[in-house]
Unconditional design. Structure first.
Length: 287
């Protein structure tokens, strides 16, 4: 019987009526630190489990989530200060994918990361990105879905995917004419060159050494759900992440998540610090 890998990864253990336990899995990490969106998703799952026994006939539907993280404000910053421009939100593009999971619109490409020595959490999802993704852009758009075809995105997954998109600061990085593979443009370029699309791209330690010079620990994540997902979940969601401010110390992101019908699922705000990657020396802990 097929199991939902994401559901298993987000499961929490009830110790007492008000205490829950979860050991972070290294497969869902960024560097040596737990992924901020994954942490938020665990809190959402703990809330669902906690309230589910109060009234079984009316299961909890997540509507608002506010998570504050550790004391990252004492970490040193690195120099990073490109110009940021606010723009109007654009309509959700139409999703065209056939029963064989192939993208039918040539203006989009499905990106799969089978190996990433730095950000292992990214390997659990597929990203459908615009082929015309360019360096210098202050926003990213993507269709995101579980890498395993029978997996589904549920309401509890929304906090995690809200923190999973090509890094916007990497849109300003290029070396010898090659964009960073952690940017949308770089992911598209790498995927075009991959022969086996089902396996996808394999990032190396050299990629991480060359391109990863900063860590973006999550400070706050706020989400408002406008349309609950079906209980069984959905295969794909559309996400737009737009910088409101990017400085040498922090980055503020405006989030918009929609479904294949074009309906708004969630909006949110994400604030992260911009610190040297050497600060990412944490270890998996239980919460």
């Amino acid at each position: 019987m097929e199991t939902n890998k994401l559901r298993d990864a987000l499961s929490v253990k009830r110790l007492t009526s008000h205490t829950y336990e979860k050991y972070f899995e290294s497969a869902y990490a960024n560097g040596q630190a737990a992924h901020g969106g994954f942490i938020a998703a665990l809190f959402a799952e703990a809330a669902r489990v906690h309230l589910s026994e109060w009234d079984v006939s009316k299961p909890l539907i997540l509507q608002n989530l506010h998570v504050e993280y550790g004391p990252w404000n004492k970490t040193p910053a690195i120099a990073l200060d490109p110009e940021i421009e606010r723009r109007q939100a654009e309509p959700v593009p139409r999703m065209v994918i056939d029963d064989a999971e192939s993208v039918q619109d040539e203006s989009w490409i499905r990106c799969r990361i089978s190996h990433d020595p730095y950000s292992r959490v990214r390997t659990h999802f597929d990203y459908i990105l615009p082929r015309n993704s360019r360096l210098g852009e202050t926003k990213v758009v993507e269709w995101i879905g579980p890498r395993i075809a029978h997996d589904r995105l549920t309401n509890e997954c929304i906090p995690m995917i809200s923190d999973l998109w090509p890094q916007i600061p990497d849109n300003f990085k290029a070396e010898r004419g090659e964009p960073s593979p952690y940017s949308a443009a770089g992911m598209v370029n790498r995927m075009v060159e991959v022969e086996d699309k089902k396996v996808g791209m394999r990032l190396t330690k050299e990629d991480a050494k060359t391109w990863v010079n900063a860590w973006y620990p999550t400070m706050t994540l706020e989400l408002q759900l406008h349309k609950p997902l079906p209980v069984e979940g959905v295969r794909w969601l559309f996400q737009e992440a737009r910088t409101q401010q990017l400085t040498s110390k922090n980055m503020d992101i405006e989030l918009r998540i929609s479904d294949v019908e074009g309906d708004l699922v969630a909006i949110g705000q994400l604030s992260v610090l911009v610190v040297p990657k050497e600060r990412n020396r944490g270890r998996a802990e239980k919460i």
